[in-house]
Design a protein around this ligand. Sequence first.
Ligand SMILES: [Fe+2]
Length: 362
Amino acid sequence: MTTSGQTNSFAQLVAEALALSKIGEGTRAALLSSHVYDERAMRAYSDALDILGADWVRVIMAPRTQGTSFANPVQEGSFVTDILKSADVVVRPTTAKGAVADIGMYTPVFEEIIMSGTRWWDCSVGGSETLLRKLFPTQAMIDRTRAGAVSMQDAKTLRITSEAGTDLTLSVEGRIGHCQVGIVDEPGRWDNFGFGLVATAPVEDSANGKVVWDGGDSLGELLGSYSALLPEQVVTHFEDGKIVSIEGGWVARRFEEYLAGLNRPEFYRIAHIGWGTHESAAWGGPGWNTAEWESYYGCIMLHLGMNIFSTLAPYNGLHGTSRPSIAWPMPSHAGGCLLRHDLYLDGEKILNAGAIVPDGLK
Ligand SMILES: [Fe+2]
């Protein structure tokens, strides 16, 4: 496979990205958006599907509300669910995310669609023209990420440490080594464009030790926008998989209050942990986005909450057991990313202070 991403045409750029996902002549594709969408982006994605000869339809999710909030527009047993399940692939460009009724990926109905065999190519984060160019997957990124997922899947224990004081041990025995490379080239595979990372859902009650979130790390949307880097340390202590105490100053108190206010027990457990592999991802700064946040080369992403997200494809999905106590309006899944950490799989050093160590995984 060769990768490119070097063309002046937005539609041609999308076509090159779609071709990596084996979308071509006769592929039955559903071009999905919420009821608010970017007209120019949808035109480029439509043209790209035509360039490749796909057999495609536009699917616009009708807005649904629950009380005073938007609700998941894709409900179990609904017409749109049937349409998405019958597609070879769902292509989902950038939409007005967060401001409108939109499907949540950590929902049982999302899993039902993927487990029907539908591939899902999500571009809602990395599918803008700018990010398609910046984060176009390279073969080196794809290779190191897939190799990392194999190492993750073979491992029994995972440990992270840092100079700032992190020391956390988890069991990953029997769990899937999950990779994201921005491509959906196998039946049932889910991926999102612009991402490069290795992850796994650790055994839910296995985390013991502490994580020191240092100044400059991120606790993501749990403490505001993704671009808000921590101004001071927050220390989370884990016992038998659960956060049992949170240490630090005013930021720690805010985090503690926020978690308590959610009143969702699943937020105290780790959903997934792993490392970023994308050499083009930046950390912080203007235009920063969640693709770069999770994919930053050598960072550790540690997310809390539910992890039921499963797929049919190898090295894909979390396949965990932590279910949501409330399905909507907000999925029980969020977390942060850590810099300058070490990561060990069965005692072998994979990351050293944020640098990937083994030759095959660099
Ligand atoms: Fe996550």
